[in-house]
Design a protein around this ligand. Structure first.
Ligand SMILES: [Zn+2]
Length: 376
């Protein structure tokens, strides 16, 4: 899996020979069959062989071995249920071979250079929302950190309340009972205060975009009041799970909150697009969006997930359009492509545009399932 540490370590690699960096889109939603991405890989490997020749025979030998190893890894098969992209970093001359599995899609690319090409990994890390789950009750506090959909860290802060005092039987025993209860509340309050401090110091060291809280409602309310404002303004939601929940239960609940947050931000983006189409700051529908892409006016591309349709691509000038066969720009004959939406996404990524895949959003479907916010 991708992590900041891994990307930093890769970026710092300095070897004796050239490094092959290969990104492969294996997204099952866009490439349902293995042969679809294997054909893409063959194309990338050919490209790398040509690039390697420019570095001299020794480097070319090392790259050739890298490519064999990458091809072997892909053809041996892997579980695609959580993987949408692969990144390989290989330097056979130094005996290095690393595979990074990405839960987000990557753009096909192969680079031969003296250092690993990690920029696409960086942008995946930036694009992904990181979040923390903090579960509290009167005795314990547990902090889970999630990055790229996986739990990466788990911190627990235990502060035990004096034995027995948290049992209901103690509450109705006259003045001594009241005193014990008061003491127990003070201890619980100190525990929550401590938990709030630890939460702040953990999250300040490695920031997250969202904080999700869980535990008994009245405890969570008290805890929120004790949180540092920096943490409090990141609180996105509250889970209805106990503070003692198992790691799997926490992960499932957190992922569903995260999915809901993603839908919410996608909906806000589609709303922005709707407004922009009216004022001329955006376009919607296949024909207008492809035209804007060709004119390099796209800032952010929005695509309904699963949208695919035939179209035309001009090999001579790069024009993309819904109608063929003569290119309206350079009059050359164009190629019919199975999925012009896929071509549009790749074109956008290659032009450093942001691409947002939107799930189950009726408003975008009404706009034509594709649209773009424009730079100008
Ligand atoms: Zn053309």
């Amino acid at each position: 899996m991708i992590s900041e540490d891994r990307v930093r370590a890769l970026a710092g690699h300095r070897g004796s020979s050239v490094v092959t960096s290969c990104y492969l889109d294996v997204d099952g939603r866009r490439h349902p069959r293995h042969v679809d991405y294997e054909a893409q890989l063959d194309h990338l490997l050919r490209e790398a062989r040509e690039k390697a020749a420019g570095f001299g025979p020794e480097a070319a030998r090392s790259v050739a071995a890298d490519l064999d190893r990458i091809a072997g890894w892909v053809k041996a098969g892997f579980d695609r249920s959580h993987i949408r992209g692969l990144a390989f970093f290989a330097c056979s001359a130094d005996g290095c071979f690393e595979v990074v599995e990405s839960p987000l899609p990557v753009c096909n690319e192969i680079v031969v250079n003296h250092t690993p090409h990690v920029r696409p990994l960086e942008s995946i890390l930036q694009a992904y929302e990181r979040f923390a789950v903090v579960l509290v009750d009167r005795q314990r506090a547990r902090l889970f950190r999630f990055e790229l959909g996986e739990r990466t860290e788990h911190t627990e802060v235990f502060d035990a309340v004096p034995r027995g005092t948290d049992q209901p039987g103690h509450l109705a025993q006259g003045s001594r009972g009241a005193h014990v209860q008061r003491h127990s509340e003070e201890v619980a309050h100190r525990h929550l205060k401590h938990a709030a401090e630890v939460t702040f110091s953990e999250l300040r060291q490695r920031p997250v975009e969202h904080v999700i809280l869980g535990g008994p409602h009245e405890v969570v309310v008290e805890f929120v009041g004790l949180l540092h404002p920096w943490v409090r303004e990141r609180v996105a939601d509250q889970l209805v799970i106990p503070a003692t929940a198992g790691a799997d239960e926490v992960r499932q609940a957190a992922l569903s909150v995260e999915a809901a947050l993603a839908r919410r931000s996608e909906a806000a983006l589609v709303e922005r697009l709707r407004g922009a189409v009216v004022t001329g700051g955006g376009v919607a529908g296949l024909e207008a969006t492809l035209a804007a892409l060709v004119e390099r006016r796209v800032d952010q591309l929005l695509v309904s997930e699963g949208y695919a349709t035939e179209g035309w691509r001009c090999r001579a000038c790069g024009y993309l359009g819904p109608m063929g066969r003569r290119c309206p720009v350079c009059t050359n004959e164009m190629d019919l492509v199975d999925d012009v939406v896929e071509e549009a996404v790749e074109e956008a990524l290659a032009n450093k545009c942001r691409v947002q895949m939107v799930r189950e959003n009726a408003d975008l479907d009404v706009l034509g399932r594709i649209g773009a916010l424009l730079r100008f």
